[in-house]
Design a protein around this ligand. Structure first.
Ligand code: SAM
Length: 298
């Protein structure tokens, strides 16, 4: 039986999902790798109900059919935009940023010193509204004595189209910028009526794209990245999706590349292709071997 749209949030204790809601959960899992656990299904239903109202669809069964027909990709994108959790802020993890500045960047510069091109590429994978990517650009600009004759860039990607649009605008409020050290706030932000806008100098280093981390074909185009920040993203995936994403990220790293994940995240049991890089206040993962997928291609 299909459920008719209701604006009220169902009571989780008595909530019994119908088959079509479970089908929608599968669509989301297959598309984004995110599995909505049973205790969150009532929230998924609220999201679907909102969309159904906007579309004038009364039954969950019809919405499920709308999502799964060949043209349903657009609607899946819109539904995902409302589901993906995008909490973030500037300078979110100082110990990791210090480790990047003091240890990882000098190590990479030394490892690549004999390379023909002096380029350094950083990727913020799962960048949400862009704060992490712009923070990384500030770190690069502040390391100008080390990176004097290097060409640096930051690629920033997220599956949520709304977040990517916000990131491109580059205008933020107090809560996002509260951790920015005052001298850097003065140097790299311009205050106007709409908020704090990132300076053209930072923007010039960063490019944004909508990208699904499960999309192997798209990810295979991102190569020779020196540092990946994929923080607070893996936590939303189950083991199968995590393994796929980490395999892709491994392939995208340069031979000396380094991966940072969030504090609550780990590659334990996910991949054997990285070794732990212990630093005084942070850990990261260094690329060690060619991954299985790559070996199969060789
Ligand atoms: C909590 S935010 C993390 C933002 C930032 N990395 C940080 O730590 O501050 C998680 C982000 O992962 C993105 N995400 C979730 N699944 C994804 C997928 N399959 N592909 C790309 N991005 C995804 C979400 O849209 C969300 O913006």
């Amino acid at each position: 039986m299909s459920t008719s749209a209701s604006a009220r949030e169902p009571n989780p204790k008595n909530f019994v999902p119908d088959l079509h809601l479970l089908g929608i959960r599968d669509v989301i899992y297959k598309t984004a790798g995110i599995f909505q656990r049973d205790h969150k299904l009532h929230l998924l239903k609220v999201r679907c109900t909102l969309r159904m109202k906007e579309l004038g669809i009364g039954l969950l069964r019809d919405y499920f059919q709308y999502l799964t027909k060949p043209s349903g990709q657009v609607e899946t994108t819109i539904l995902l935009n409302g589901i993906l959790v995008g909490e973030t802020r500037f300078f979110r993890s100082m110990p990791q940023l210090d480790a990047l500045r003091k240890i990882v960047l000098p190590k990479l510069v030394a490892a690549k010193s004999t390379a023909a091109a002096r380029t350094l590429k950083i990727w913020s994978a799962g960048c949400s509204t862009g704060e992490e990517a712009y923070t990384l650009a500030i770190i690069l600009l502040e390391a100008s004595s080390l990176l004097d004759d290097w060409t640096c860039s930051v690629l920033a990607t997220d599956l949520n189209q709304n977040s990517v649009e916000h990131a491109k605008r580059g205008i933020y409020g107090e809560s996002s910028t509260r951790n920015v050290p005052p001298p850097l706030r003065q140097k790299y932000f311009v205050k106007d009526a709409t908020g704090l806008s990132v300076s053209p100098e930072i923007r010039a280093l960063v490019s944004f794209q909508r990208l699904n981390l499960l999309d192997g074909r798209h990810l295979s185009m991102i190569a020779k990245t020196d540092v990946i920040f994929c923080r607070n993203v893996l936590i939303h995936f189950d083991m199968a999706s995590k393994t796929r994403v980490i395999e892709h990220l491994h392939n995208s790293l340069s031979p000396a590349g380094v991966l940072f994940v969030g504090h609550a995240e780990s590659l334990f049991g996910v991949s054997n292709n990285f070794s732990l890089l212990h630093m005084p206040a942070a850990i990261a993962y260094e690329k060690t071997k060619t991954s299985l997928a790559k070996r199969r291609l060789l």
